[in-house]
Design a protein around this ligand. Sequence first.
Ligand code: GTP
Ligand code: MG
Length: 434
Amino acid sequence: MAATEVARQSTDSARNLSLSGHVGFDSMPDQLVNKSVCQGFCFNILCVGETGLGKSTLMDTLFNIKLESDPVAHNQPGVHIKSSSYELQESNVRLKLSIVNSVGFGDQINKDESYKSIVEFIDAQFEAYLQEELKIKRTLHNYHDSRIHVCLYFIAPTGHSLKSLDLVTMKKLDSKVNIIPIIAKADSVSKNELQKFKIKIMSELVSNGVQIYQFPTDDETVAEINGIMNAHLPFAVVGSTEEIKIGNKMMKARQYPWGTVQVENENHCDFVKLREMLIRVNMEDLREQTHARHYELYRRCKLEEMGFKDTDPDNKPFSLQETYEAKRNEFLGELQKKEEEMRQMFVTRVKEKESELKEAEKELHDKFDRLKKLHQDEKKKLEDKKKSLDDEINAFKQRKSAAELLHSQAQQSGSQQTLKREKERKNNPWLCTE
Ligand code: GTP
Ligand code: MG
C-alpha cells in the first residue's frame, strides 16, 4: 500500500470491524451511571417572584419535604439573594439541592434595579466556576457547582398580562439561565381565564424577545412528551404541603369552603407537569444547557474581554500561548511607551527647572551687580566726603596752628611791652598808667 494511502486511511475514517466474541466495552454506559451515582448530583434552582407568591410552598411541595424557609423581611431597600443547600437522597441517588431565593423582589417603589442583584449572583457563580477552571491545580471533579440550572419565574395570577418588572427581569436573565415561567397560585384564576392568560403571557414573551427554556425535542425518547409540554407553558401551579384524605389516599391539596384543589391532579393544575419536566425528564438537560450554553457564553465573553481569541486577524488559529505572548508583547510595548513618556516628561521637567534656576541665578547676578554698583557709588561718595572732611580738618588744623602761633607771638609781644612800661614807670613815677 502506498504511504499516502495509509496516511489517508488513518486520518479519514476508522474501519468497522465485527468482533468475534464478547469484549466488555458495552458496559461503558453502566460504568458511567455507577460513577455518576457514586459522585451524586447537584441541582440549583433559582426562584424569582414577588413576595408571597408561594415560592417556598411550591419548593416544599416539589421535593416533598419541609425545606427551611424562615420568613424574611420584605421591607428592605433592595433585592437580596438567599441561598440554602440541602442533601437529599432517593433510592441510592444523592442530590445536592440548592434553592436560591430573590428576597424582596418587587417590594420596592422604584423597581428599576430589581434584576441587578439576581444577575450579579448568577454571574458570580459562573465566575467562581471559571476561576476554578483556570486554576493550575483544578478540583472540578469535587467542585461544589453553584451555577444556577433553572430559574422558576413566578408570575402573579392577575389574569391580565405580564408586569413590566416581569418582562425586564426575564429579558435580563434569559441569556444567563434556563427560565421556566410559572403562573403562581393558579387556583385563584378560573379555567377559561387561565387559558387566555397563558396565551397572553406567551405572546408578550415572544413580542418582547424573551427566550424561555424549551424542553428539548432532539432526544426521541422524550421528544413527544417534551413537545406537548412546551405547548403547556407557562405552567399554572398550585402548591400545598397539607395532605387531605381523598378516597382512601392522602393527597396534597388546598381546601376551600367551596371545594378542594388537588395539587397533583392534572385537571386542577399543572403541578405534575412541572415536576415531571423539571425533575424526572429534563433535570440533566437543564444542567447540560447551563454548562454548554449559558456558562459557555459567559466564559467566551469574559475571555474575549480579557483579550483572548481563537483566531488572529487573518482568521488563522491563535493558540493560548500565542495570545499570551501577544498580550505580553503588547503589555511590554505599552510599558516601554509609558517609560519613554515618563523619561521625556522627566527631561522636560528637568529642563524647565534648569532654565528656571538659570533665570533665578541671572536675576541674582543682576541684583548683585546693581547692589555692588550702588555700594561702590556709596563708597565713592563716602570717600569723597571723607577726603573733603580730611581737607577741612587739615585746613582747620593749619588755621589753628597759625592762630596759636599768632596768639603766642601776641602774648610774647604783650608781655615785653608790659615789662617795658613797668620799667618806664619805675623810671618815671609820674607817668600815669592807662
Ligand atoms: P416570600 O418568601 O415571603 O416571598 O413568600 P413565598 O413566595 O415563599 O410564599 P409562601 O410559600 O410563603 O406562601 C405565601 C402564602 O401563600 C402562604 O399563606 C401560602 O399558604 C399561600 N400559598 C402558597 N401557595 C399557594 C397556592 O398555590 N395557592 C394559594 N391560593 N395560596 C398559596
Ligand atoms: Mg419564601
